[in-house]
Design a protein around this ligand. Structure first.
Ligand code: PHE
Length: 357
């Protein structure tokens, strides 16, 4: 039979257990084993019914007081342990705010000047109503040459030092396209005039020295409708150059030339004094009115349709605009070069915001 002495010694034992509980889990286990349904304090309460009625009141009071004191002790220990846990966390989780800021990927990465200029070109021609077309780097002989009015055995084939694949069983050969002009053909074969496209892309020639790399970039332009003439071509290229080099005026020289797929043909030189190189003419593109044979090869009537085409060296104008001295550095994947000449990823060129500012 429990009496006051039992209660007092139980209280002593419980308080010392509570005092030495080392974490919040231990406190919870103690709460359950004392105040829970089958806990030691609750069990005392259960004995109340077995006592003679004159003892019940006093015993009940004692057990209730015990319960209160144990509850208080549990709460006190629990909040003490929570405070200790928080202090430990605060002591271990801290940041030295005096350290320099670490750059995130957005500030660290750079956009290659070719990619940037690619976007600038799309922006400028897009504003003039051109859309962007694409074709594969691996092209057929037919589209790269024949349909462009360069039949087999034509001497112009020798001008392009072509990377050929092994001939197929039927004798036809695939090649790495030597210019973006086959996309003229692909577009005229698949789209009805009016056509107004530009084609930025990679092209390949067996050529490697200080000013040539085996892979380089071109932008093709093609306009086909019923009215477009040479004046439109000149206007279009002049507007492009002014917008691209971000100058109000710029002298250009149109030199008679020859391409099998245009007639007449012109090469275009820039007066480089506008971009800080006085006294120099720099060749930047080939162009002309699309040859009637090419229009016919694409199933269109050259009596009805006409237009112009141009092919521009993208790497060339990138070097001119951004003062890049050596073509080969552009493809050497040197991170220091890219850090110097590259662009921040969020510097997206727009006409409204300024192309390169
Ligand atoms: N395809 C020609 C070249 O690579 C450029 C060009 C394109 C010329 C379109 C005229 C018209 O040299």
């Amino acid at each position: 039979m429990a009496n006051d002495t039992d209660i007092a010694s139980l209280e002593k034992a419980l308080l010392s257990e509570i005092d030495s509980a080392s974490d919040l889990d231990a406190i919870e286990r103690l709460r359950i084993s004392t105040l829970g349904k089958k806990g030691r304090v609750s069990e005392l309460m259960a004995r109340l019914g077995t006592l003679p009625s004159e003892q019940r009141k006093a015993f009940g009071q004692s057990v209730n007081q015990l319960k209160e004191r144990v509850t208080e002790a549990l709460e006190a220990r629990k909040s003490q342990l929570s405070r200790d846990a928080m202090s430990a966390r605060v002591a271990s989780e801290w940041a030295d705010v005096t350290l320099p800021v670490r750059l995130g990927p957005l500030q660290d990465g750079r956009i290659h000047p070719i990619s940037q200029v690619w976007d600038e070109i799309v922006e400028i021609f897009g504003d003039m109503g051109f859309s962007v077309a694409e074709g594969p780097d691996i092209e057929s002989d037919d589209l790269n040459f024949t349909k462009l009015n360069i039949p087999p055995e034509h001497p112009a084939r020798q001008d392009h030092d072509t990377f050929y694949f092994k001939p197929k069983a039927d004798g036809s050969r695939l090649l790495l396209r030597t210019h973006t002009s086959p996309v003229q053909i692909r577009t005229m074969l698949s789209q009805k005039p009016p056509i107004r496209i530009i084609v930025p892309g990679r092209v390949y020639r067996i050529d490697s020295d200080a000013t040539h790399t085996p892979m380089f970039h071109q932008v093709e332009g093609l306009v086909i409708d019923e009215h477009t003439h040479l004046g439109h071509l000149k206007w279009c290229l002049e507007e492009f150059c002014k917008a691209f080099f971000e100058v109000p005026d710029l002298k250009m020289r149109f030199r008679a030339s020859h391409f099998p797929f245009t007639e007449p043909s012109m090469e275009v030189d820039l007066d480089a004094s506008a971009i800080g190189k006085p006294g120099q003419w720099l060749e930047i593109l080939g162009s002309g009115m699309v040859h009637p044979n090419v229009i016919r090869n694409c199933g269109l009537d050259p009596e009805k349709y006409q237009g112009f085409a141009f092919g521009m060296g993208l790497d060339r104008i990138t070097m001119l605009k951004y003062g890049i001295p050596d073509l080969r550095d552009m493809f050497s994947a040197d991170l220091r070069w890219l850090k110097h000449f590259g662009f921040l990823p969020l510097d997206v060129p727009t006409l409204a915001g300024g192309l390169s500012s």
